[in-house]
Design a binder for this molecule. Structure first.
Ligand SMILES: NC(=O)c1ccc[n+]([C@@H]2O[C@H](COP(=O)([O-])OP(=O)(O)OC[C@H]3O[C@@H](n4cnc5c(N)ncnc54)[C@H](OP(=O)(O)O)[C@@H]3O)[C@@H](O)[C@H]2O)c1
Length: 292
């Protein structure tokens, strides 16, 4: 099966609009997500290389980022936030509070804070900074790493519509973005955040079905994955209800209806609903742990 390493870049004109407003971007925690963001932002020209300063925990990682992207990268968060007009937090959730306490005296009161840390609320960030900070919370997912992501964004008490727009432009370099109410963030975490894992399981199962029927595994996996991609694109492009699109595939007395009957008997729909509800309950628990 052909390996996908790079997807088509998202249109970057919107991202470019915000570019001039970003005097300095401090990217805090440049791991998997942070590097994905960095790479997408630089490629879409959402921010010029010379205006980005990245931090990590270990110097070798900083050297790697500097070598690969030509950005200033180091391990000093206080230095990174000095003079930053935009601070992008991509730390692990449990590291965010200590970071805010570390930089609160240095951070400019005018800086826009965008956090992609799962389960960290805007109110916790506002509280830890101790001033009416403009805070945006983002919930991306792993396909962001190949620019096919889904990121939901929400604004804190003091964030403006323009702050949301600037943040959307940043994440648009990694895929699709939506603005949502913060009260929906646990559900969004469980749906589009965890969602890729559910979908991989579905792809894996469909591929196994192909294998059971004698189709080579690679071919089976490609057939399954592209089918999910195509069906998803149909939903997004046509705007039709998924049930209506399903009906189009389902010929009377054909084979699809037999397959659907098996799925109903296996309670696929209720199982998926319960999976998301259960993951959302866990997301709520994590919010309690990471924001007290
Ligand atoms: N991965 C995704 O697609 C994804 C999707 C949705 C949300 N998120 C959220 O994104 C955040 C990061 O996830 P990740 O998967 O990117 O984790 P990760 O790969 O472990 O990255 C964390 C980075 O933080 C750095 N770091 C640790 N302590 C630091 C400190 N005190 N100051 C500065 N940098 C520090 C680490 O540096 P070293 O490399 O030097 O150790 C590492 O590069 C999490 O909150 C997660 O919930 C990620």
């Amino acid at each position: 099966m052909k390996k996908v390493t790079e997807a088509v870049a998202a249109p970057s004109s919107a991202a470019k609009k915000s570019r001039d407003e970003i005097k300095k971007l401090a990217l805090i925690g440049t791991g998997k997500l942070g590097e994905g963001l960095l790479s997408a932002m630089l490629q879409s020209q959402a921010v010029p290389t010379g205006r980005v300063e990245c931090t990590v925990a270990h110097q070798p990682r900083a050297d790697y980022l500097n070598g690969k992207y030509g950005v200033k990268a180091h391990t000093n968060n206080v230095q990174a936030v000095k003079g930053a007009s935009l601070v992008l937090i991509a730390l692990k959730p449990q590291q965010v509070k200590a970071f805010l306490q570390e930089v609160r005296k240095t951070l400019s009161k005018d800086a826009l804070i965008v956090s992609a840390a799962a389960s960290v609320t805007t109110s916790m960030i506002e509280r830890e900074l101790g001033h009416p900070a403009r805070v945006i919370r983002a919930m991306p997912n792993t396909p962001c790493l190949i620019r096919q992501g889904m990121t939901a964004l929400t604004g804190g008490k003091h964030a403006t519509a323009h702050d949301l727009e600037v943040s959307q432009n940043i994440f648009a370099a990694m895929g699709r973005t939506v603005v949502a109410d913060e009260k929906h963030m646990d559900a969004i975490t469980a749906l589009s955040g965890s969602g890729p894992a559910y979908v991989y399981m579905i792809i894996e199962s469909l591929a196994e079905a192909g294998v059971k029927l004698g189709v080579p595994r690679d071919l089976s996996t490609e057939l399954a994955a592209q089918t999910l991609l195509g069906a998803s694109a149909m939903v997004l492009h046509t705007g039709e209800h998924p049930a209506k699109l399903k009906d189009v595939v389902t010929t009377p007395a054909g084979c699809t209806i037999d397959g659907l009957m098996e799925l109903e008997e296996g309670r696929l729909r209720v199982t998926l609903i319960k999976a998301v509800v259960r993951a959302a309950a866990r997301a709520r628990q994590l919010v309690e742990c990471n924001n007290s």
